[in-house]
Design a protein around this ligand. Structure first.
Ligand code: GYE
Length: 337
């Protein structure tokens, strides 16, 4: 009997101690990392980048890190290695970490609704960067990037002007960017919105090269080997429209390897990295449409605004320019990527 009473007293004592400890433990745990972060004044930005598939992408990442440092913003950065599932994982980890703002470059247009719902439920604002997405606009605060439609439109406008005195059929091969990415879709639409007004232009082949130099080379190689030159199914290739410089540099690699003079064709590219501008100056390309990768400073302004509870524009576009074979090349300045 005595031992049983002793046991009960012990259990009562222990539970009383535990109950007494709970408030102490409660007050000891930091309630809100955000609060902890904002206490030292630094905003925390969770940034999910696609990868490093091109010089353009690498410069874009650098621009974002440089601007974050200049604005004393802490970045939690994730390189998704070209995989959407890695981006979804990264965004979820930003939510768990309770960053102040999330920004991400969507590799493709679809499949973001759920994770953005989760960010919204966690009251973390989201900025979509560089490429656009198809989802309910209330799930993100705004978009910052380039206008892919205008870039495609500018490329086609150059082509129409260059061919204004040609009446014969003009065969075009398109090296397209990552399938289902907004930028490839818009660059294709912008280009076609112009050339489809002229019967003489025909896109005889369009292929996804994933914005990679290796794929650009591989696709050009295959065409040359299968057709014994820059022809396709017996039709001469008059124009190559490439959605980015990396693929363009790849197709030039293949032409060089087969001793084919690039100026046999009209070649139009997008991004304007230094190497493609050098190829333009060397007469190997005819037109390069800039896509400005230096969005870091603008992004940090948007991040600060949102974190301060201010609203931001639905869409903020970077300014682009166009480089063509008729420019005064002596006026060119280094591209920085
Ligand atoms: O043109 C290309 C990169 O999304 C605008 O992605 C970007 C594109 C850019 O791979 O070089």
């Amino acid at each position: 009997m005595k031992t049983k009473v002793k046991k009960i007293i012990l259990i009562v004592l222990i539970s009383a101690c535990i109950i007494a400890l709970i408030p102490l433990i409660y007050f000891a745990i930091p309630k809100n990392t955000k609060k902890a972060a904002s206490q030292d004044g630094k905003l925390i930005l969770g940034f999910s980048q696609i990868g490093s598939e091109s010089a353009w992408r690498t410069r874009n990442t650098q621009s974002i890190f440089e601007a974050a440092e200049q604005n004393d913003i802490q970045i939690i950065f994730d390189d998704a290695q070209q995989k959407q599932e890695n981006q979804l994982k990264a965004i979820r980890s930003f939510i768990v970490y309770q960053v102040d703002v999330i920004a991400f470059v969507p590799i493709v247009s679809d499949g973001w609704d759920n994770v953005l719902q989760e960010a919204k439920a966690a009251k973390i604002p989201v900025i979509v960067v560089d490429r656009q997405i198809n989802c309910d606009e209330s799930l993100y605060s705004g978009f910052l990037g380039e206008n892919g439609f205008d870039e495609g439109f500018a490329a086609a406008t150059f082509l129409v002007n260059k061919c204004r005195n040609r009446n014969s059929k003009i065969n075009i091969v398109e090296f397209s960017g990552t399938e289902n990415s907004s930028i490839a879709t818009l660059r294709a639409e912008g280009f076609r919105s112009v050339i489809n007004q002229y019967e003489k232009f025909e896109i005889i082949h369009s292929e996804d090269g994933d914005f990679l130099r290796s794929r650009g080379k591989e696709m050009m190689e295959r065409i040359i080997n299968a057709n014994n030159g820059t022809k396709l199914n017996g039709k001469p290739i008059d124009v190559i429209y490439s959605h980015n410089d990396s693929m363009t540099l790849g197709l030039l690699d293949a032409l060089h390897y087969h001793n084919i003079n690039p100026s046999n064709m009209i070649i139009i590219s997008i991004d304007a990295e230094q190497k493609s501008i050098d190829a333009l100056v060397n007469g190997e390309l005819n037109c390069v449409v800039e896509c400005n990768p230096n969005s870091g400073p603008v992004l940090m302004d948007l991040v600060k605004k949102i974190a301060a509870g201010e609203s931001i524009p639905r869409e903020t576009y970077m300014s682009d320019q166009i480089f063509t074979e008729t420019d005064d090349f002596s006026q060119y300045t280094p591209r920085g990527y």
